[in-house]
Design a protein around this ligand. Structure first.
Ligand code: SF4
Length: 338
């Protein structure tokens, strides 16, 4: 049996029952692909249901406000994905007459869509001969063929893409792509691959040499930037002051307490004013993002001079209506506001 037939037969029997697999509607497949980038299936599924319920069509998504979308996206991280989702939906409405594009080339023009997503949608929904190469596919192919070209190099990306295209079957290409990704997710897992149950174990190089842990090879380590955030949690007559992040930085257009960023963690107050008394200092758990780690301190103040309340002052219950970075959400959920 050929490589692709083994994958297809295995997938047929072992595929997980996931809601976006029920239809070949490109809008739903696209939503699921964007949500599942950098997100586990268990967590992503709940978000998928929320999005489909709120925005059953691409038109509904296009006409929503960015704030509404960010609010639903809250907790998933990588917020640029949500903003791109919104812009791409507007593109579908304005540039494609509301019809989701049907070819790899056209899908690739949508905001935030790269080779991976365009290949997935065009092969799954329209049977186009495009190979999908995600982290799972890199791992399976690197181990199976014993390929040690770093997958984060230009040469590696090209080599794996060419190989993946060569392996494509002539029929059922969408099912095959999903099968290879599913095999990587369920059997050829990063830490403990279940090689005994693997349908391609007879000719797998890494399995034959017991070198599974050596693949795939990466050349660079991601550099983590350390950042020190000091949030000023100011209470005034039971309300708290919040503001929108407008800088070109993480969490753009989400809400936060006023922020002072410093070059190291601060032990003594970063802000003083005759209007405020400091009543507490809470250190958050370090918050790890893909390229940066945030060390946050919440400085809790009480407003002692009367100040007029404007829409920037909100009650504890209203925090759930605002898109918040997970770090702030955890602080609010922790019941730390009085
Ligand atoms: S035999 Fe093991 S290492 Fe090889 S592809 Fe299968 S699960 Fe991965």
């Amino acid at each position: 049996m050929s490589f692709s037939n083994k994958i297809l037969s295995w997938y047929n029997v072992n595929k997980r029952d996931l809601p976006w697999r029920e239809s070949k509607n490109p809008y739903f497949v696209w939503l699921s692909e964007v949500i599942l980038q950098q997100t586990r299936v268990a967590q992503g599924t709940a978000y998928y249901y929320k999005f489909v319920e709120h925005f059953p069509t691409v038109q509904k998504l296009a006409s929503a406000s960015e704030e509404e979308i960010l609010n639903l996206w809250q907790g998933l991280g990588y917020y640029s994905r949500a903003r791109n989702l919104h812009k791409a939906a507007q593109q579908v409405v304005n540039e494609f007459n509301g019809e989701f594009p049907t070819t790899y080339k056209d899908i690739l023009t949508l905001k935030g869509v790269g080779d991976y997503t365009a290949s997935a949608i065009s092969s799954i929904c329209f049977g186009e001969q495009k190979a999908v190469v995600d982290g799972n596919v890199y791992r399976v192919l690197a181990r199976y063929f014993g390929l040690d070209t770093p997958i984060d190099s230009t040469q590696g990306r090209k080599q794996f893409k060419v190989l993946a295209e060569e392996l494509l079957p002539t029929k059922e290409v969408g099912e095959y792509n999903q099968g290879l990704m599913e095999l990587g997710a369920l059997v050829c897992s990063p830490k403990s691959p279940d090689c005994v149950r693997c349908p391609i174990n007879k000719s797998c190089i890494a399995y034959s040499k017991n070198t599974m842990a050596n693949f795939p090879v990466k050349s660079k380590k991601t550099k983590q930037r350390k950042r020190y955030f000091n949030y000023l949690v100011i209470e005034n007559k039971g309300s708290y002051y919040i503001e929108k992040r407008i800088e070109k930085d993480i969490w753009k257009n989400m809400y936060q307490f006023p922020l002072i960023e410093t070059s190291k963690e601060q032990e003594s107050p970063v802000y003083t004013s005759s209007d405020l008394i400091l009543i507490g200092r809470k250190v958050a758990k370090k918050h790890v993002l893909s390229h940066q780690t945030i060390y946050a301190v919440f400085w809790e103040y009480k407003q002692i001079k009367d100040r007029e309340l404007n829409p920037n002052w909100i009650k504890v219950n209203d925090f759930s209506n605002k898109p918040l970075p997970r770090l702030i959400e955890l602080y609010v959920e922790g019941g730390l506001l009085r």
